[in-house]
Design a protein around this ligand. Structure first.
Ligand code: GTP
Ligand code: ZN
Ligand code: ZN
Length: 504
């Protein structure tokens, strides 16, 4: 009967204990050990001092039988018989006591030795577990891989893993008392304890009890890049994030750096919902339904594969200036997408309204104050002195530029830019300069200067959500010259290239 070999977890599992079986040396071995020790002792006792034992006779039985053997003899010889037998019984008793003591000492010594050996073995196994765990953590540290919860932004040290068979949660799926390379879930499913052995392919959750958000699949096996979108309310953050993703999905062409895949189901679902409205931007409501501080996650490239988190922080939650959440949210930043709504700039808006051009819903917060808050938070978070520039690359993204192609007094930033310089890789600096000049002309010279003073790397882009599924040149309504916005994924690609450049 091997039932005792599996120490089934109690049902329901007490808090703090995972729903798995203890592995042999950490549970059943000790039970076996206790069983062997007590059984051995009981047997020894039965063999010696036990009375009326069924199988054969114990020493005590035998001695008492010996003592009683002269009883059948006549009275005269009884005394003599008792005297003779008494000597034997006395000798037997002395032997029994001496032998019992010796046997007791022997049993105690062997039991203790066995216990010590078992204890040493378990201690060794604990050391092995600790070494494996440290090795895995060291590797992650070396490759600078961390995972943050897309829902609450906490860094997750040990994700909570879900059993693929019974959906029970395992809080500490690491080498340990439930198994070194794998453990057996309550339901019987084998779960790997090491990332490289398949743990990374299990569905993982945030470690915080109050959150339990789902982590991207394959988290902790590749570098993660955190890109917050920073903007005033209604500047076009959500639309830009979604059109960047749309651009990435539609420009995947088999090249190693164009490989794209969604990181989690909710990003995939949200994109599917929004994709059709992106094709008809005029129909997009003032604010798309979006959960605040929920990251869109996706994989980009094949070697090395990267996991990108796009933090679509709702405008109002960034504006609250909540120190804790803002700092937490900027802790792992690879680069910032600073979304600028051209119609938040009063001179631009005034001139377009004068021209009678219908404007999409727009932000009213000046870009300078949004950037100022970001700069302050980054400096605080990194404890940088005022004279040091911030190393986080910032992509300034002028959104809704389709409206500027349409005509009116406000020219498009790329108006007059030679189309030959429009080819990818040709005119980066020209384009950056063109957008900078446009912002200066719109009265935002101070904003441009501040960025230059505070950040080591700033890129400038002019985009439109209308280009989500492919960037085409549009003839300018003013000059007739073809104009082309930057592809919606260009700012993100530039950030990722800039941040990986700084890491090397
Ligand atoms: N014409 C045009 N309109 C745009 C573009 N991008 C965004 N919009 C409009 O701008 C409005 C606001 O866009 P959202 O992306 O929802 O803004 P947001 O910054 O996410 O808003 P909050 O999350 O509320 O701060 C929407 O009504 C969009 O239709 C664009 O490229 N072109
Ligand atoms: Zn969380
Ligand atoms: Zn299970």
């Amino acid at each position: 009967e091997l039932g005792h070999l599996r120490v089934a977890p109690p049902d329901p599992t007490p808090p703090g204990r995972d729903p798995g079986y203890l592995s042999y040396y950490f549970g059943p071995a000790w039970r076996d050990y206790a069983l062997a020790a007590t059984r051995g002792a009981a047997e020894a006792r039965a063999r010696t001092v036990g009375r009326n034992t069924p199988d054969g006779r114990s020493t005590a039985d035998w001695l008492s039988a010996l003592w009683r053997s002269p009883d059948d003899l006549g009275t005269w010889s009884l005394l003599l018989g008792k005297i003779i037998v008494g000597g034997g019984v006395l000798g037997g008793l002395v032997g029994l006591i001496a032998g019992g003591l010796l046997a007791g000492v022997f049993v105690a010594v062997t039991t203790a030795t066995y216990g010590l050996l078992l204890g040493a073995l378990v201690a060794c196994l604990f050391v092995v577990c600790a070494v494996m765990r440290l090795f895995e953590l060291g590797l992650l540290r070396l490759r600078r891989i961390t995972v943050e919860c897309p829902s609450c932004h906490d860094r997750v040290a040990v994700p909570v893993y879900e059993c693929p068979n019974c959906q029970e949660l395992h809080r500490r799926l690491v080498p340990g008392s439930m198994g070194i390379l794998a453990r057996t879930c309550r339901c019987g499913e084998e779960l790997p304890t090491l990332l490289g052995h398949g743990r990374s392919q299990l569905r993982a959750h945030c470690g915080r009890d109050s959150c339990r958000g789902v982590l991207p699949l394959g988290a902790l096996t590749m570098p993660t890049l955190h890109v917050p979108l920073v903007a005033g309310k209604a500047a076009g953050k959500t639309v830009h994030a979604m059109s960047a993703i749309a651009d990435l999905t539609s420009s995947a062409n088999g090249a190693p750096d164009s490989v794209f895949d969604f990181g989690d189901e909710s990003t995939r679902e949200r994109f599917a919902e929004v994709a059709s409205t992106l094709r008809n931007i005029a129909a997009v409501p003032a604010t798309l339904p979006s959960a605040p501080l929920r990251a869109a996650t996706f994989y980009l490239g094949s070697s090395p594969r990267k996991l990108v988190y796009l933090y679509d922080a709702a405008g109002e939650s960034y504006q609250t200036n909540d120190r804790v959440s803002t700092l937490q949210f900027l802790g792992a930043t690879a680069g910032v997408l600073l979304i600028i709504d051209p119609f938040a700039l009063t001179p631009v808006r005034a001139r377009l309204e004068y021209d009678g051009i219908t404007l999409p819903p727009h932000s009213t917060e000046p870009p300078g104050s949004v950037a100022g808050r970001l700069t302050q938070a980054l400096r605080q978070q990194r404890s940088l002195s005022a004279d040091r520039r911030i190393d986080v690359p910032v992509a300034v993204v002028l959104t809704k530029c389709d409206v500027l192609v349409g005509g009116g007094q406000v020219r498009h930033p790329y108006e007059g830019l030679h189309l030959a310089m429009d080819e990818p890789g040709m005119g980066g600096a020209f384009r950056f300069g063109a957008v900078e000049e446009w912002l200066e002309a719109a009265g935002e010279g101070g904003f441009v200067r501040d960025l230059r003073a505070h950040y080591r790397r700033v890129g400038y882009f002019a985009v439109s959500a209308l280009d989500a599924f492919g960037t085409t040149a549009h003839p300018s309504a003013r000059t007739g010259q073809p104009l082309r916005n930057d592809p919606p994924s260009a700012p993100l690609r530039w950030l990722l290239a800039a941040s990986s450049g700084s890491a090397e």
